[in-house]
Design a protein around this ligand. Structure first.
Ligand code: 9WO
Length: 246
């Protein structure tokens, strides 16, 4: 998988491949990150990358010519990639969109700054607009880093089997179950007994029940989109009964 990122702050985005899972995937050659700076495509003495909006008002937009020249250069090297603009106006990112992106093709992520980019660039150059959530941040870089991280985790071989992607939250459309480590008691709170007994069938049952229950409590919208099997229905019923008792 190859990902090209267009950004005025390449050093910021580079940090995403310097740590952990993403760093190891890059070392193994499973993922290649290329950074491109529109500032390198300016022709004026001051290397200007912003410009004023038609219609006036506060704030600036990204200057068109260096951005278009930069996009053209990236496309020469990566002609078949999907070009994605990160913005709050985009389609909300979900695990399944990430998983599709990994399977389908290479990616070009375009990071806006200031008040964004000229609408005609979105029309002519951008294939899709993605949002990582309903909030405004200072530019597309942090969103692009989220995408690079989430996508890299899904590349076969990027995760050790210790933490395979199937075990990730959302792989089954549910939230994760609670986890416990030493010590056995923290300020009077004990580890659930079932986890200490070494009965792996009982433990799996408990984890599945907790995952269903957590999702029911925190994200009922996720449950509504799924088809639970009879075993899952039974576990959730038990969870609800137990939580009403407590
Ligand atoms: C800046 C601004 C300044 C004054 C008045 C209005 C304003 N709007 C913005 C603005 O929305 N700037 C954006 C910053 C332009 C596009 C890149 N930026 C961005 C991307 N902010 N938040 C995102 C983003 C990307 C993906 N998912 C969530 C948020």
């Amino acid at each position: 998988m190859r990902i090209d990122v267009i950004t005025l702050f390449p050093e910021l985005v580079r940090a995403v491949i310097e740590y952990g899972v993403v760093s190891r995937a890059a070392e193994k050659g499973l993922m290649q990150l290329n950074l491109w700076n529109p500032r390198d495509y300016t022709k004026d003495k001051h290397r200007t990358v912003d410009d004023r909006p038609y219609g006036g008002g506060p704030g600036m937009l990204m200057k068109v010519e260096p951005l278009l020249a930069c996009i053209a250069d990236v496309r020469l090297q990566n002609p078949d990639a999907l070009l994605v603009y990160l913005s709050p106006q985009g389609k909300l990112l979900k695990q399944n969109l990430i998983n599709q992106a990994v399977l389908s093709q290479n990616l070009i992520l375009l990071c806006g700054r200031y008040e964004g980019i000229d609408e005609r660039i979105i029309q002519q150059e951008v294939d899709e607009e993605w949002s990582i959530g309903d909030y405004v941040i200072s530019g597309g870089e942090l969103a692009a880093m989220v995408c690079v991280d989430a996508i890299t985790r899904q590349i076969p071989g990027a995760l050790g089997h210790e933490d395979s992607a199937e075990l990730d939250s959302f792989s089954a459309g549910l939230l994760d179950c609670p986890h416990y480590t030493r010590p056995e008691t923290i300020n009077g709170l004990k580890v659930p007994e079932v986890l200490l007994n070494g009965n792996h069938k009982l433990i799996q049952n408990w984890r599945d029940k907790q995952a269903l229950g957590k999702t029911w409590k925190q994200r009922p919208d996720l449950l509504q989109q799924m088809e639970l099997d009879d075993r899952q229905k039974g576990l959730l019923k038990e969870f609800i009964a137990e939580s009403e008792k407590a």
